[in-house]
Ligand binder design. Structure first.
Ligand SMILES: Nc1nc2c(ncn2[C@@H]2O[C@H](COP(=O)(O)OP(=O)(O)OP(=O)(O)O)[C@@H](O)[C@H]2O)c(=O)[nH]1
Length: 368
């Protein structure tokens, strides 16, 4: 069944009063109960990628829907305006469609591609009425979105049993690295993981205190260094402690800004080598954190980091504060880097594992 059909079914279920929306969505999106999921997770070899099971899937759905409100309503509004002015399937119409897509930050090239493919499809289906055209467009958008993520591995990679998993967080300053670590550490700790944080952003005054605050709130341990000290030395101490004291997960917070990008990338490489020297299989994840509110700028940053370091996945933060959620499509289509987590608010609970179905539903719900 295509993603579009699944979403359509979900929408119909939502409108059917006899079964609750939540119940239906659970059937459609979560074939395993939390218990089954947990049992399966326990039976998997330790190297199998895992994410913390959602302790409350209802809240995850609510988060997606609420977190994507701005993008959804902004796109729906523009799209409805486009359709309200619909006269015929002509060049004018497709020009306006391109503009609507670009405004949602799906990216220029993708907007053109979608528009071209749609022109073919609308003709092929001989769609002329407003309703037919609208349906074809939404189906195509969902389809393009789904295809772009084909074969994408959104799971978190974990170390073999007995070794700590190391997650290195990179990204420019202010994107939400520290906040994401704070939220994620809490999630894993709730799963009874022994969690250690490393404050390797020794560059920015206040960065260490911020992480120490999170560690207190999460009730997890943290390794710190002096301001302006060598971040690799902090990483060295943290990895050593993680190994010696049998931690399950080590989160490494890094600086977002140095004198220049070259220095920043060199510093990251040095940290990675420090990790690998002690734990050859680590880091299991190098997560690039991007601020969704910066739209195409985020894409530019992703290109830069992807070229300089082995990014394994993305965390897209602040989706709640932007109408530019279409950026996920641009990232998927262009960079082929899996989005692994999304930040949907400032609270500790406002972090969710990326779920394509929930995301697309959150985007197009009002138009399906
Ligand atoms: N609305 C919203 N705000 C967020 C989200 N994630 C982070 N923030 C906010 O973004 C701001 C910057 O977050 P930080 O975690 O300090 O960013 P950073 O990347 O560690 O910054 P540097 O330490 O300067 O490199 C803070 O005010 C966070 O509360 C999110 O998902 N939604």
């Amino acid at each position: 069944m295509s993603l579009f059909d699944r979403l359509l079914g979900r929408k119909k279920d939502e409108e059917t009063p006899q079964k609750t929306f939540l119940g239906k969505v659970k059937d459609a999106l979560a074939p395993l109960s939390a218990d089954e999921d947990q049992t399966l997770a326990e039976n998997k070899p330790a190297s199998t990628p895992q994410k913390p099971a959602e302790s409350d899937s209802a809240s995850s759905e609510d988060h997606y829907e609420a977190g994507l409100t701005k993008t959804r309503s902004s796109f729906a509004e523009k799209f409805q305006l486009l359709m309200a002015n619909f006269r015929a399937v002509d060049e004018n119409f497709f020009d306006e469609l391109e503009e609507t897509l670009i405004a949602a930050d799906v990216g220029f090239e993708i907007a053109l591609k979608i528009s071209d493919e749609l022109q073919d499809e609308v003709r092929l289906k001989n769609a002329t009425s407003k309703k037919e055209v609208q349906e074809t467009i939404i189906e195509k958008l969902v389809d393009v979105y789904d295809q772009a993520g084909n074969g994408e591995d959104n799971s978190m990679h974990m170390a073999a049993a007995g070794n700590p998993s190391v997650f290195l967080f990179v990204g420019v300053n202010g994107v939400g690295k520290t906040t994401t670590i704070g939220k994620m550490a809490q999630l894993y700790r709730q799963q009874s993981k022994k969690v250690l944080l490393a404050a390797a952003d020794t560059f920015r005054a206040g960065a260490t205190e911020q992480l120490v605050e999170w560690a207190k709130r999460d009730q997890v341990d943290v390794v710190t260094g002096k301001e302006k000290s060598d971040p690799a030395a902090v990483v060295f101490d943290a990895v050593k402690r993680a190994v010696d004291q049998h931690y399950d997960i080590l989160f490494v917070d890094t600086a977002g800004r140095l004198q220049n990008n070259e220095n920043l990338m060199r510093e990251l490489e040095k940290m990675k080598k420090t990790i690998t020297r002690q734990l050859p299989e680590a880091p299991q994840e190098v997560l690039l954190v991007l601020d969704a509110t910066t739209g195409q700028n985020a894409l530019q940053q992703a290109r830069l980091f992807k070229d300089s370091t082995d990014v394994t996945g993305l965390v897209l933060t602040k989706l709640d504060g932007t109408a530019k959620g279409g950026i996920v499509l641009a990232i998927r289509q262009e960079l082929h880097l899996p989005v692994k987590w999304v930040g949907l608010g400032e609270k500790v609970t406002d972090l969710a594992p990326f779920d394509a179905d929930q995301f697309v539903y959150g985007l197009f719900k009002d138009l399906i």
